[in-house]
Ligand binder design. Structure first.
Ligand SMILES: Nc1ncnc2c1ncn2[C@@H]1O[C@H](COP(=O)(O)OP(=O)(O)OP(=O)(O)O)[C@@H](O)[C@H]1O
Length: 733
């Protein structure tokens, strides 16, 4: 399937052949073996040779990968023949060990083992033991072991491990059929595969299969098997957290006897068995010959695997993806020399078969599906989140943009102010800029302020080395950096009044506010002067009026009469006339001043309104900014010791004031908060508003209309700025 991948880790490897010589009581002197050279020699006298053996030759020599002498024990056989193949199965390599030889040569003893002694255990139980002991050691993988046991008798497959029936006869076992899929993979239908969780369970399965194994007694071997048996261990290995799975098969094969039918001297049923046995071995030989010729460069496109069930089952083991080892079992009996020579000759052909060995690693679709489902779940969650929170996200982004803009404006304003040299920052003067430089320079996301801070770093550091005179000697950008950092200082944020002062000083519109305040102050000064003039005029007029009254009393007492106000005197009092003229003059002056004062009042009211609007805006911006700073301070505190430390690369950096700019979102103005009273601006505005309201309520009249008593107006400039004096000179008089 498309998901499956195979990784080639090995080159072509020929099938290893081992010769095992069964011990007999009377070994033939014509069989010589050299376990060092792994060589065996058959000396066949001309007069004794018969049958198909070439009687023209007296000497036959065969070489093997290993010769297991009659005294070789089962453990040695296992170690030399099967251990490597079994270990390979744990690592994803298919493996096959098959025993070939005439009846009674020791195939079953080699593969399964002797029935009585523990030391006689054969390759199957030893492989089981090795695999489970290795599985226990290899904790990085999770292994799963399954087992099947197939018998092929007369070209029919039987499941030796069918647990559902009591076996009396071979026909009681379920028949196994071979099926081939579109990709030419072989499948055994009806062959049960059993999970073996441990060595004991696996050995029990072996025992069950052996019990069901067909035994057919022949005159030559009372307990010989007339069938092929394939014991298969399936190993599956998964590494934790990986989707790749290794799957391998280890076939341990005990073939039927390879003797010639002509020598069995049997009849009936036994003869039919011998015919089938030899037929399947004949096909095995045909497969081996084809593979041998192919390996020798001859054109053999077709290998007749399908001619028998046994060769079909062992297809991968013969010329396919498998580490295969053949054990050629012979006996050293003189009477069996021709069969032994025949077995050795067959082994020589097998040795020329080359297999392409690769580890079977496959991507496990079930694990991929599991992962993909998890990804889908996560994506759906994300989509849900995005859909549900789209508007909210948009709003947050807008708020973020606005707040970023505000921050940038603040810092640009600070830069401009510094460059113009107009502003003095009280805190900048009291704190060397270098104190905040590391924290600022470590915040690249700060935008314009970050850039300024970054530029400030070296000069600030230089200032620190030169004795902390950064506030006076550092360039403007450096001082701005320090100030910018002050804005971000946690301690400053904690002090609301201080935070407001810093914010206000950096506020871009503060210049306009200040300008308006100065203008207002000038207007107040002008109004105060006018008020003073009005008061003086009023004072003088009152004095002149008093003078006239006094003159009239004096003239009446003197009996001068005249053309005074009472009309009794025909003669005018020049003093009275002069006083009257002065009064007129003062009245004119008073009226002009008063008119001017009214205009000033209007201007002052306009300015106050502007300032009130600015104050409201300032307050709103401050609250928004402070809320943001406090939120980010809280959010940033969690990462200060971690990410900021690692970013800065030194523990010292983590001690610096952290950058509160974490997220600009979700900052809501703290409506219940009031701006700190220390600014003065708020006080002025509130006083002005109260006074204006009072003035409107009193519907104030011109000075001369209702009051005769003069009310002094404060001459303190600050008082003029801080208090709302308009009623004193506009209406109170
Ligand atoms: N190396 C050995 N050491 C001791 N006894 C052995 C050895 N090999 C075989 N035998 C004994 O020889 C007899 C025949 O061996 P075995 O049954 O294994 O032959 P076989 O090749 O399997 O015969 P068949 O093809 O008929 O099944 C058995 O009794 C077995 O125990």
């Amino acid at each position: 399937m498309a998901l499956a991948t195979k990784k080639q880790v090995g080159d072509n490897s020929n099938i290893d052949i081992f010769l095992r010589i069964r011990p007999v009581s009377k070994p033939s002197p014509n069989l010589l073996f050299d376990p060092i050279e792994n060589r065996v020699d058959f000396g066949v006298p001309r007069n004794l040779s018969s049958g198909y053996i070439n009687n023209q030759r007296e000497h036959y020599e065969f070489r093997f990968n290993g010769v297991l002498t009659p005294d070789a024990k089962q453990d040695e056989v296992f170690e030399r023949v099967a251990r490597g193949v079994a270990i390979g199965a744990l690592e994803g390599f298919n493996g096959t060990v098959f025993a070939y030889g005439q009846t009674g040569s020791g195939k079953t003893f080699t593969v399964t083992g002797g029935p009585e002694r523990y030391v006689d255990r054969g390759i199957i139980p030893r492989s089981i033991s090795l695999i489970f002991s290795e599985v226990a050691k290899r904790s990085d993988y999770t292994y799963t072991v399954h087992i099947s046991y197939l018998e092929i008798y007369n070209e029919v497959g039987y499941d030796l491990l069918d647990p559902n029936r009591e076996v009396q006869m071979l026909e009681d076992l379920p028949r196994v059929h071979i099926m081939e899929d579109d990709e030419s993979n072989i499948h055994m239908r009806n062959l049960s595969v059993h999970r073996a969780n441990n060595e004991e369970e696996a050995l029990n399965l072996l025992f069950l299969g052996d019990t069901n194994r067909t035994i057919s007694e022949t005159p030559m071997n009372m307990a010989s098997s007339r069938s092929h048996c394939v014991f298969t261990i399936y190993v599956e290995a998964r590494k934790a957290g990986e989707e790749v799975v290794r799957r391998s098969k280890l076939n341990l094969v005990d073939l039927a006897g390879s003797e010639r039918v002509s020598k069995t001297n049997i009849d009936g049923t036994i003869l039919r068995e011998a015919k089938y046995i030899n037929l399947s071995l004949h096909y095995l030989e045909q497969v081996i010959i084809a593979l041998q010729e192919r390996s020798m460069g001859q054109n053999r496109p077709h290998v007749p695997y399908r001619n028998s069930m046994m060769t079909t089952v062992l297809r991968d083991s013969l010329g396919g993806n498998c580490r295969t080892v053949m054990i050629a079992n012979i006996t050293s009996q003189q009477e069996q020399l021709d069969e032994s020579i025949s077995t050795c000759r067959f082994a020589q052909r097998v040795a020329m078969v080359s297999n392409l060995v690769v580890a079977n690693e496959e991507v496990d679709p079930s694990l991929v599906i599991k992962r993909l489902k998890q990804e889908i779940r996560e994506l759906k969650d994300e989509i849900r989140m995005l859909q549900g929170g789209e508007e909210e996200q948009l709003h947050k982004l807008k708020v973020q943009v606005q707040q970023r803009d505000n921050e940038i404006n603040i810092l640009v304003s600070m830069l401009k102010k510094r460059e113009d040299g107009k502003s003095a920052n009280p805190l900048a003067g009291s704190r060397p800029a270098v104190a905040n430089a590391p924290a600022s320079s470590g915040q690249p996301a700060l935008g314009p302020a970050g850039g300024a801070a970054g530029q400030a770093g070296p000069s600030s550091s230089a200032a620190a080395r030169s004795g902390g005179e950064a506030s006076t000697s550092a360039p403007a950008a450096g001082r701005v950096s320090g100030e910018a950092a002050d804005l971000l200082d946690v301690a400053v944020l904690a002090d609301r009044s201080k935070a407001f002062e810093l914010f206000r000083k950096s506020y871009r519109k503060n210049e306009v506010i200040e300008e308006n305040k100065q203008l207002l102050k000038a207007k107040y000064t002008e109004a105060k002067q006018l008020g003073a003039q009005v008061n003086e005029s009023r004072q003088r007029i009152n004095e002149l009026k008093a003078l006239i009254e006094q003159r009239r009393i004096q003239r009446s007492m003197a009996g001068l009469g005249g053309s005074g106000a009472d009309g009794q005197s025909g003669e005018l009092d020049p003093e009275e006339e002069r006083a009257k003229a002065l009064i007129e003059k003062e009245k004119a002056s008073y009226k002009d001043d008063f008119a001017q004062l009214r205009r000033l009042k209007q201007e002052i009211e306009n300015l106050q309104q502007l300032l009130e609007q600015s104050r409201t805006k300032l307050q709103r911006d401050f609250e928004q900014w402070l809320g943001l700073m406090l939120r980010q301070q809280a959010a940033g505190s969690a990462v200060t010791a971690g990410s900021l430390t690692s970013q800065a690369g030194s523990p010292r950096a983590s001690m610096q004031p952290q950058r509160p700019y974490r997220s600009m979102s979700e900052v809501q103005p703290l409506q219940e908060d009031v701006p700190p009273p220390a600014t003065g601006l708020r006080a002025v505005t509130e006083q002005f508003n109260r006074a204006a309201l009072t003035a409107r309520r009193q519907n104030s009249q011109p000075v001369m209309a209702s009051h005769t008593q003069a009310t002094p107006i404060s001459t303190d400039p600050e008082d003029v700025f801080l208090r709302r004096p308009s009623t004193q000179f506009l209406s109170a008089t």
